[in-house]
Every structure is written in C-alpha cells, then in structure tokens.
Design a protein around this ligand. Structure first.
Ligand SMILES: [Mg+2]
Length: 187
C-alpha cells in the first residue's frame, strides 16, 4: 500500500502570515522542496491538508484559494515535486458565514481530510508521516492513525498533541527522516 507525506500548508510549506491568499504573500519555507523530493524518492505520495477558515469567514473566496493552489503546485512542479492532492477545509463552527458555518469533520483537529485522502488514494496511514506546525495538526494525524508525526515548533505541546518528533525547522525534520529511515523506500 502507498505511503504518504501529509503536509499542513501555512507554517510548513509557506510562512504563516495569517490567512494568506495572494501569490505575493506566499513565501516558501526553506527546505520544503528538498524534503518533498526525498519523500518522493522514497515512493511517498505528497498530500496537503489545510484548514482554510478564511474562506468561511469571508476573507477570501474559494476561487482565490484555487488560483493560489494552482500556482503553488506549479512552483513545486518546477522543482521536481508532484503534489498529489490538496485537501482544504473552508468551514468554521462559529465564525463561518452561510453554509460555511459548520461543525465539520474535516477541520483539524478532526481527521476528515486525512481519512478522505486514505480512501481516495489508497494510503496506508500507519506507514505515513504528517508534518504540522500546530497542535491540531498532530491531533488530527493521531486521530486518523498516522504512524509518524512531526511538529515544527519551538514550544512544548500539550501531552495529547505530543508528536513523534519535534523540530525547530524543516532542515531538522529532514535530518530526522533520513536518520530514522522513514524516507527509505519500502519494498
Ligand atoms: Mg499551520
């Protein structure tokens, strides 16, 4: 069964500048392309799972999100990385407007986006990895049954959101993947 590298977006792929929705505000974080290429070399799919409540809050539209996502995928492709799919949650249980006001199963810390990826791409979650920069990323990964979790953060997480590995940045995470054998091709 296929393995995947699950990536949160804001704070992992690009600098988190709060509700980023324009190309000019999207700045890739150092090390993301090397990390993804290593995952691809290990035969892993690359899947983005991102809360985008800015849509539900009316700060930007789904169309704007898709324009930015398409651009982001081209930037990855230009550097030899295929993003297999981007899953996003536009809802917010309190601040969503109209049909976006929803206590959904897709908004992390709920595992809905990850479970959908598992079903649609035939992913073995136990052998997969998630990288996030917030506790809810790790909680979603654990709820879904992802085997390895990495938190990019310099503060101590709540015990229920304790990752397998905590790193200060993507370079540290990369070194962890190589030394732990997680980026070694299986079979
Ligand atoms: Mg984030």
């Amino acid at each position: 069964m296929k393995r995947a590298l699950f990536l949160d977006r804001d704070g992992v792929i690009n600098e988190d500048r709060r509700y980023v929705h324009r190309i000019e505000d999207f700045h890739f974080i150092d090390g993301i392309f090397d990390l993804c290429r290593a995952a691809m070399d290990a035969g892993m799919a690359i899947i983005v799972v991102t809360n985008q409540a800015g849509i539900g809050r009316g700060l930007f539209t789904e169309r704007q999100f898709h324009v930015l996502t398409d651009w982001m995928k081209v930037q990855f492709a230009d550097r030899g990385v295929t993003i297999d799919q981007v899953y996003y949650c536009p809802h917010h249980p309190l601040y969503g407007t109209g049909h976006y006001k929803l206590d959904c199963l897709c908004r992390k810390p709920n595992p809905g986006m990850i479970l959908r990826a598992r079903d649609e791409h035939g992913i073995c979650l136990r052998n997969s990895v998630l990288i996030g920069d917030k506790e809810w990323d790790i909680m979603a990964a654990k709820a879904a049954g992802i085997g390895a979790t990495v938190l990019i953060s310099d503060h101590v997480p709540d015990p229920k959101a304790k990752p397998v590995f905590q790193a200060a940045n993507l370079r540290e995470a990369y070194d962890f993947f190589i030394s732990s054998g997680l980026f070694t091709r299986i079979g």
